[in-house]
Design a protein around this ligand. Sequence first.
Ligand code: GLN
Length: 221
Amino acid sequence: MIGVLALQGGFERHRAVFESLRKESREVRTVGDLELCGALVIPGGESTVITRQLMKPGTGPGTGASYEPGPLWKAIRDFIESGKPVMGTCAGLIMLARSCGDERVASFGALPVDVERNAYGRQKDSFVEQVALEFGSDSPFGREKENRAPFPATFIRAPMITGLGEGVAVLARSRRFLSGEQTEGTPILARYDNILGLSFHPELNPEDSRIHRYFLGMTRE
Ligand code: GLN
């Protein structure tokens, strides 16, 4: 069973993609929900809002008390540590990153990347970029031809990956803000063990389900 964290944000569209792939999913709002799942998606939305819902009320910036994680935050952290696959898109990437430079976000620190919130611009600057997926020849679903088709990546107030830790595999890059000596493009899809983090929203282009299928492949590894 695939769980989709449903505290806030774009969880329904992720579930629709899984449904189109005939894969059962459920909304996760409690520790009990999560216990029924073998994989988890943390959707886009607003990472500060998602954080507030996962923390004990009355703790965190502005309250005078430091953050105290609530039961679901701890359960998700344990879920990640147990090695079950987790995919974070956009705000979900921020929740998984090791740092985002914003004290209002209590991320899980599971994906060794640094991100900068909203670095691809504001809502009105949203864009779709055709990007290459670099799943490689051992891609669990891939016929080679399918792997080479560009993927329409939708960016909405997206976080930028600004630093990569050791052992993080980059599976797609954006060429939107190439600067100076940089020729490679900015990482936008990163994998580290059981964790997949994306700057963009694959669930908004459901006609191309390769990324969701790749994630389902991770549940079978
Ligand atoms: N800007 C949002 C954040 O910082 C993420 C945007 C999104 O998920 N589309 O949480």
